[in-house]
Write a protein that binds this ligand. Structure first.
Ligand SMILES: Cc1ncc(COP(=O)(O)O)c(C=O)c1O
Length: 364
């Protein structure tokens, strides 16, 4: 794609979209990632043509050659962001240019072509507009899943010469069953998520494949999420399977693990850093050991702890379980710093609190 000549999106509306009453029924309790809209966006990349064939088209299965590179060497990356319906009927995205940039960084790490920021944003806007009727009101939102995979039919181990960039959309309710309650986490002492020099900072499917066994272990122990320690020393808290983590202390200060290449640079994490500093809090991006976490929880120095990410927004962490013992944070039910940050973030995302940072991106 030549940046002077934006790609033209061909529109092929669904010939038989889901009927309005059936759509309304599916939006009543959509859960997370189970219900999908009528359309998808696809854009192809080939070594010879670059970005081409941009389409808004009916959502349908792909035909994949069994030798498609993604099926063998896992060249795949993705993003996750939400479109929110405001009370007066507008539709907002939250900092989508951050997702565009992270998608570019993930692509570079996986030796894939970079999607220009304007193409990434345009693809999302096209889909949101085509499927605007699927955006739930109230506390729900439309989860957008841009992704890209290698689809050259070739078994040699080298970067593919063909890719498909796709955006699909899924109306969602609360991520954790039961809404905003405090979540419990299982400390994985067996598995790590990412090693220095690896792909921890990239949002690639392989990272999640590698985390599933640990997540299954967490579920077996009755926990909502797994929390990972660093791969080198098995000592420093890194992040959850799908969320970043923050700690709130008795002096009102906060701490979150630093971005060092092994954790995902969350868009929500960055927003929380800004909002907390705006409140006048000291927020450190510093290493924090598991031993310190337990000691601070037991002494009462640690008052609150929360996980944050696009899917779950801000969720208090109430209890930590591990093979070597369990401990509770505060009263196990979250706290007012967590609630306050969550309320401010959600208020900005939904247009109910002034957006002083210019984070909101209006689509409709
Ligand atoms: C491993 C991991 N860490 C952190 C996050 C939070 O990132 P964001 O706030 O951009 O959703 C996510 C979710 O995308 C994730 O999968």
């Amino acid at each position: 794609m030549n940046s002077d000549q934006p790609l033209t999106f061909v529109h092929r509306p669904h010939p038989a979209p889901v009927a309005a009453d059936e759509r309304a029924a599916r939006l009543v309790d959509p859960g997370f990632g189970r219900v999908f809209t009528d359309h998808m966006v696809t854009v192809r990349w080939t070594h010879d043509r670059g970005w081409c064939d941009a389409e808004v088209r009916p959502r349908e299965p792909f035909q994949l050659d069994p030798a498609s590179a993604v099926l063998h060497y896992a060249q795949e990356i993705f993003e996750g962001l939400k479109a929110y319906r405001t009370r007066n009927g507008g539709v907002y995205l939250f900092r989508p240019e951050r997702n565009a940039r992270r998608f570019q960084q993930s692509a570079e790490r996986l030796a894939m072509p970079v999607v220009p920021e304007e193409l990434f944003l345009r693809a999302i806007e096209e889909l949101v507009k085509a499927d605007a009727a699927w955006i739930p009101g109230g506390e729900g939102s439309l989860y957008l899943r841009p992704f890209m995979f290698a689809n050259e039919a070739f078994l040699g181990v080298r970067p593919s010469m063909e890719y498909l960039f796709v955006v699909i959309a899924s109306p969602v309710g609360a991520y954790f069953k039961g809404g905003k309650k405090a979540v419990s986490v299982w400390l994985s002492e067996t598995y790590t998520r990412a090693a220095p020099g690896g792909t921890g900072a990239a949002k690639c499917g392989g990272n999640y494949a590698a985390s599933l066994l640990a997540q299954a272990e967490a579920t077996r122990h009755g926990c909502d999420q797994v929390v990972f320690l660093d791969a080198a020393q098995h000592r420093w808290v890194e992040e959850l399977g799908g969320m970043n983590v923050f700690f709130v202390f008795d002096d009102g200060s906060m701490l979150t693990p630093p971005l060092g290449g092994t954790i995902l640079p969350g868009v929500t994490r960055d927003a929380i850093l800004t909002l907390a500093r705006e409140e006048g809090r000291a927020v450190r991006e510093e290493l924090y050991s598991y031993d310190q976490w337990r000691a601070d929880a037991q002494s009462g120095k640690l008052r609150e702890c929360f996980a944050c990410g696009t899917a779950a927004v801000v969720s208090p962490i109430g209890e930590i379980k591990s093979a070597s013992g369990d401990f509770v944070i505060g009263n196990g039910a979250g706290g007012e710093v967590t609630d306050g940050l969550r309320a401010r973030l959600v208020g900005i995302q939904r247009g109910e609190i002034p957006d002083t940072q210019g984070w909101v991106h209006k689509v409709l």
